[in-house]
Design a protein around this ligand. Structure first.
Ligand code: PAF
Length: 307
């Protein structure tokens, strides 16, 4: 399959490496010409289960080279989706399928504004990927990738999705096609709502949220608020999302959440796509979400260096 991965971050490089090793024709598209040139020269270094691999992957910053692509994997941060889509839209290969792999739910708006000729679906993954340096990625833990559409697809799109799942599976990445991807999206969102902002605020690994009483209380309140918002939109979520979130804290106790890593590295966070998105929907529906608002404000203050 001819695949272009947009965004050479941790997940983009993991997919490039696995799908490339799986025999697919993979290219990376970056928005920074300098980094694209560096990656094109050095290739992708990939570490998995104690083995190191090196792959030469074509990397470009020119979206005009998308021409003959069958599958686009959008792996940029949530806040970069709008710009990334604007850059590729004019070069969208006819009949190509784009799968978007962002945290949170803020990417649904820009994706929903694409013209009908641009076919897209969503990917939700629990694969662990850590970027050590540009183009140097470690597969931090094997997970599952779920692929699906928000709107009922036509036959051709459905077949493309099945083919994408088969490409993942053939490349050693567990993958499945799901009927209602919104369910998987919100399941992941609820976990991120409970863990990400609080680990960044308490500057602690995921497991510590279980042992700091005030943090645990805020986690429970934030997840319960978000669950109310999901149910108000008729999104089927698990019966006890708090228990699931607490279990993720236990299972990933030593992990530093992606938001904590962003805050420590003084990078922009995905707060508006996670807790901030819950607040925004709550406002629209007239459902108060005070804990999520407080978490959003606190992280935004950290981002601006005022907290
Ligand atoms: O964003 C993250 O870091 C992860 O989704 C999770 C599940 C919170 C584990 O660290």
């Amino acid at each position: 399959m001819r695949i272009v991965i947009i965004g050479p971050g941790a997940l983009g490089c993991l997919f490039a490496a696995r799908l490339g090793l799986g025999g697919h024709h993979v290219r990376l598209l970056d928005h920074t010409p300098q980094r694209a040139a560096l990656l094109a020269e050095q290739g992708v270094f990939f570490e998995e289960d104690g083995m190191r691999h090196h792959l030469a992957v074509p990397v470009t910053a020119d979206p005009a080279t998308l021409a003959d692509t069958e599958l686009l994997l959008l792996c940029v941060k949530a806040y970069a989706v709008r710009d990334a889509l604007a850059r590729v839209q004019a070069h969208w290969p006819p009949d190509a399928l784009l799968l978007a792999f962002q945290n949170g739910i803020a990417h649904l708006d820009p994706l929903g504004s694409l013209p009908p000729s641009c076919r897209w679906g969503l990917g939700i993954t629990t694969e662990g990927a850590n970027l050590r340096a540009p183009g140097q990625v470690r597969h931090g833990g094997h997970g599952v990738t779920r692929l699906g559409f928000v709107e009922a697809p036509g036959d051709e799109a459905r077949q493309q999705l099945v083919a994408a799942a088969a490409a993942f599976q053939g490349a050693g990445l567990a993958a499945e096609v799901v009927g209602d991807i919104r369910q998987s999206l919100w399941q992941k969102l609820l976990v991120n709502v409970g863990i990400n902002a609080l680990t960044a605020l308490y500057d602690c690994p995921n497991g510590a949220l279980l042992t700091i009483p005030a943090a645990r209380e805020r986690l429970i309140a934030a997840v319960e608020e978000a669950a109310l918002i999901a149910r108000a939109q008729d999104i089927a979520i698990p019966a006890d999302p708090v228990a699931i979130t607490l279990a993720v804290c236990r299972d990933t106790a030593a992990n530093l959440s992606s938001m904590l890593q962003d805050v420590r590295q003084k990078r922009r966070t995905e707060i508006t796509a996670i807790n901030g998105a819950v607040v925004a929907i709550g406002e629209r529906l007239g459902i108060p979400t005070p804990v999520n608002r407080e978490l959003t404000d606190a992280i935004q203050a950290l981002e601006q260096g005022v907290a």
